[in-house]
Design a protein around this ligand. Structure first.
Ligand code: HEC
Length: 184
């Protein structure tokens, strides 16, 4: 007597109602999951416009380039734009204020050099004679101080007049003197 065993291969979905429920859940569960994940990922990001960190100025400050190149402006002591290390009121041992870089004052040449001329002359940009490069400066020095002053004040080829600055003539000449002194 052989009994035919018919295995039940049919699904557990027996009624149309069950089918509808399964189809709906198959659709809703992933959607619900995605919404959960999305809110989880962005939950910590609350942009508060009153928060100073989120202000336009603060953002601009964070996004600004690492360095800025300023050509043509010599920080005046009055503007408070002193480079680090230079205190606004340097006093000599006797207590008298030492004249720092007022136009034509001692150090004006180096100061102008450091703020303007160095941009090209420190590394020899655009064919500029490198500061301290004796070989590059020798033939130029041989043309005489007046010729160098003239080139520095009025420009020469890629060398812009006054290095592109609006410095006083005396300061530009002092900067030339300084560069020449570095090449001797
Ligand atoms: C934009 C770049 C640049 C800056 C900034 C610059 N120079 Fe020059 N300078 C040059 C170049 C390039 C030359 C070479 C010109 C040539 O002989 O063709 C030169 C040449 C010179 C010479 C030699 C001129 C000659 O007759 O041989 C002097 C002096 C000089 N510069 C002084 C200065 C001083 C002072 C400053 C700052 C106030 C300055 N330079 C800033 C690019 C620059």
């Amino acid at each position: 007597m052989s009994e035919v065993h018919v295995e039940d291969h049919s699904s557990w979905i027996k009624t149309p109602q069950q089918l509808i429920v399964v189809v709906l859940l198959a659709f809703l569960i992933p959607v619900f999951g995605i919404v959960m994940i999305a809110s989880f990922a962005t939950g910590g990001l609350k942009v508060d416009s009153k928060n100073s960190d989120a202000s336009a100025a603060a953002v601009a400050e964070r996004l600004k380039p690492v360095g800025t190149v300023v050509i043509g402006e010599v920080p005046s002591p009055a503007a408070g734009a002193q480079p680090a290390g230079a205190s606004p009121a340097v006093k000599s041992a006797s207590g008298e204020p030492v004249k720092t870089a007022a136009a034509g004052g001692p150090g004006a040449g180096k100061k102008l050099y450091d703020t303007v001329c160095m941009a090209c002359h420190a590394a020899g940009i655009a064919g500029a004679p490198k500061t301290g490069d004796k070989a590059a400066w020798k033939p130029r020095i041989a043309t005489g101080k007046e010729a160098l002053y003239n080139s520095a004040l009025h420009g020469k080829n890629a060398m812009p007049p006054k290095g592109g600055s609006s410095a006083a003539d005396a300061d530009v000449k002092a900067a030339v003197d300084y560069m020449v002194s570095q090449a001797k």
